[in-house]
Ligand binder design. Structure first.
Ligand code: BGC
Length: 679
């Protein structure tokens, strides 16, 4: 113990032998660390790094944010690709794009010499008022899991550790350090845990970040049940847990160690040498506890190549044309056409002479500008960002004149929305209001008076109130925060070079009070506690059960073409425990142009002994069809897809009886219905 080694002696130690089994390397290195060195490894330095142990050649492991591109350091010392917000990526309903995104960001992480990406953020979108709704994927646990798994696989394909966050029930920013999310076991099992669990079991996630909040009274970083029991013992997680930055503020040293928190970030507070030594000497935790935490951290250090010869590690790449093209593609495929009543869209470049552009987001750079508030830790610093105005100028060139007077234009576009200022889609604070700023509402109403051919394009990352103006506007496009290529993507969709195919991954309520989390102040934002009284009835599960019409439902989005759904076939009328059933449906593009459709499969338990939602998403496929083309889409279902968590028996069960299989173009546009009986 505590020997110093020459460089050549170090190279001959078993843990440096790349041909040795990973676990043997881990154990060898672990056995050489002193207790003080283990304590040293337990906390970070300089915001983004672990501490090196020079004696043993253990280098710093570097981790950077975040969910929409790598942010190198806190102030963007180096530029990187700015991808669309997670809500936009999710709206593509295309897991291949999530994989490609993960891979591309990881290449950028590698290029700057880092080892871990603090992403994806996969908290469920419980309320449209959460400041970080834009940073998360969806309100639905199934969609969440499919996209999270693809993203983690993409990131880790480059031997960069993904960090799945924020585990768990960090569904609001209000009181985020202190509030306790009071949530039932059934809601945890059916809604909040599945995405996290799947990243472990289907994608072997190498790290998890704890939440700031408490869950049922215990902070995430010291939550033995969530970390040690569920994540590690039940799910078989082999990676390590890192605290959210300063999430340990209200925890105790020994509880964090025992719960399985390996790394406290950004610096030592509860995990300083003095506190760790005292707790250890007082018998508050054992050597096995700390060994287990450090073992996990070392394992990931090996996996990301921290001990490999640097010449053998791929160099990665950053700001490449390929990454920029991917950012554009995600933006294009994530844009949701919400309304197009008079077929104002797509715009015809040959017919329009004057196009008026108005509104605060016309020439607004979401991250590429010099704003002070940038949405929080998920921002990054792109080398450029194309605004809607720039994208449209490029598209229109000398063919269409761009003006700013609606009354003189053939068509007017109002670029409205939010902007990542505090209270408007940002970390640290929930949204101040559900509606758009009043000046924008007035602008939309005035513009429509001046020019009935007005289109509203929204740039934002969460549902907003449209009740006051939506009925007056013929066309509305949800463009989200579309990353550095947003302007080009928007122009391509508006002029029909790209047929919109995004679908909402969160219900847009007509009134905020219709939202399940907004039944009372107790259920949002709460105070010391926020009560998840809606249980499993989150998002469309609530709207369907209560029969409330949303403004735009989950899974909804229009196209410039049309699709028909025919010939639903279910290969078995009845299924038993080990059976898999095949559900197939023929989708035809009946319009004039090529388009993509997201075919959605929901199940309904017709004879359940406890209340279940009328619809639960259990499958989806995104397909691309030329005009007139037909494709048979096939889904497979097994017993797990029919099951629910029974809080009385404390287990997942499937009950005998009938289930409906609903195939649709959105959760409120079910085109075909079939049945299966579970025997
Ligand atoms: C955020 C995390 C982020 C961390 C580091 C925290 O405030 O909640 O998502 O990864 O900061 O920037």
């Amino acid at each position: 113990m505590n020997e110093t080694y020459s460089e050549s002696e170090l190279q001959s130690l078993p843990f440096m032998n790349i041909n040795l089994d990973l676990e043997k390397r881990v154990e060898d290195l672990l056995s050489r660390l002193t207790l003080a060195e283990k304590f040293k490894l337990s906390s970070g330095r300089l915001m983004w790094h672990t501490k090196p142990i020079k004696r043993l050649g253990v280098k710093s492991c570097t981790m950077y944010d975040g969910p929409h591109g790598v942010r190198i350091g806190s102030l963007g010392e180096k530029k990187s690709t700015y991808f669309p917000s997670a809500i936009c990526r999710a709206a593509t309903w295309d897991s291949k794009l999530s994989y490609e995104f993960g891979k591309a960001v990881a290449e950028e992480v590698r290029e700057v010499g880092a080892h871990m990406l603090l992403a994806p953020g996969i908290n469920i979108q419980r309320t449209p008022m959460n400041g970080r709704t834009f940073e998360y994927q969806t309100e639905d646990p199934y969609l969440n899991k499919v996209l999270a798994v693809a993203t983690v696989k993409g990131i880790q394909s480059q031997n960069i550790a993904a960090c799945v966050k924020h585990y768990i029930c960090n569904n609001q920013e209000t009181n985020r350090f202190t509030v306790s999310s009071e949530v039932s076991e059934r809601a945890l099992q059916e809604i909040y845990l599945p995405g996290f669990k799947a990243t472990v079991q289907e994608a072997d996630a190498w790290s998890f970040m704890t939440c700031y909040n408490k869950v049922n009274g215990i902070h995430g970083s010291e939550n033995y049940n969530l970390l040690r029991e569920r994540l590690m013992e039940k799910w078989g997680f082999r990676g390590f847990v890192v605290s959210d930055w300063n999430a340990t503020a209200y925890t105790s040293t020994e509880e964090c160690v025992k719960a399985g928190l390996s790394l406290e970030m950004p610096t030592a507070k509860k995990y300083n040498q003095k506190s760790l030594s005292k707790a250890f000497n007082d018998g508050k935790f054992t050597i096995d506890d700390i060994n287990e935490n450090i073992r996990r951290l070392l394992r990931v250090m090996f996996l990301v190549g921290l001990f490999d010869d640097e010449n053998t590690i791929p160099k990665g790449s950053r700001n490449t044309p390929e990454h920029q093209a991917l950012a554009r593609k995600i933006a294009e495929d994530g844009i949701v056409l919400l309304k197009n009543e008079e077929d104002l869209l797509p715009l015809n470049i040959k017919k329009i002479k004057k196009l008026a552009l108005v509104g605060p987001n016309t020439n607004f750079r979401v991250l590429g500008g010099d704003k002070l508030s940038r949405g929080g830790s998920s921002d990054n610093y792109p080398p450029y960002e194309i605004t809607p105005l720039e994208g449209l100028r490029q598209k229109c060139k000398d063919k269409v004149e761009i003006i700013d007077t609606p009354s003189k234009a053939d068509i007017t576009i109002v670029f409205a929305g939010l902007n990542h200022n505090r209270g408007m889609d940002s970390e640290w604070e929930d949204k101040d209001a559900f509606g758009l700023p009043i000046e924008q509402v007035n602008l939309i109403k005035e513009t429509i008076q001046e020019n009935p051919n007005t289109i509203v394009v929204l740039i934002n990352g969460s549902p907003v109130d449209m009740d006051d103006w939506i009925d007056q506007v013929p066309s509305v496009v949800e463009a989200w925060y579309g990353g550095m290529e947003a302007g080009t993507a928007i122009a391509n969709v508006l002029f029909g070079d790209v047929n919109p195919s995004g679908k909402l991954t969160i219900t847009f309520p007509r009134y905020l009070s219709d939202s399940p989390a907004h039944a009372s102040k107790k259920s949002y934002p709460g105070n010391d506690k926020v009560f998840y009284d809606e249980g499993i009835f989150v998002g469309y599960r609530h709207f369907d059960t209560k029969n409330i019409d949303p403004l735009f439902p989950f899974g909804y989005g229009l196209s410039y073409t049309t699709f028909t759904y025919k010939s639903l076939t279910i290969d078995k009328g009845a299924m038993r425990e080990d059976d898999t059933i095949k559900v197939s449906v023929d989708i035809t593009n009946t319009g004039k142009i090529m388009g993509k459709e997201v075919v959605q499969l929901y199940i309904q338990d017709v004879e359940s002994s406890i209340e279940r939602p009328p619809k639960e998403l259990k499958g989806f496929k995104k397909i691309s069809l030329k005009s007139g083309q037909m494709e048979t889409v096939v889904f497979e279902l097994n017993k797990d897809d029919l099951s629910f968590y029974n809080p009385i028996e404390n287990s997942w069960v499937v009950e005998k009886g009938k289930f409906k299989i609903l195939i649709g173009s959105s959760s409120r546009d079910i085109r075909l219905e079939g049945k299966v009986e579970y025997l």
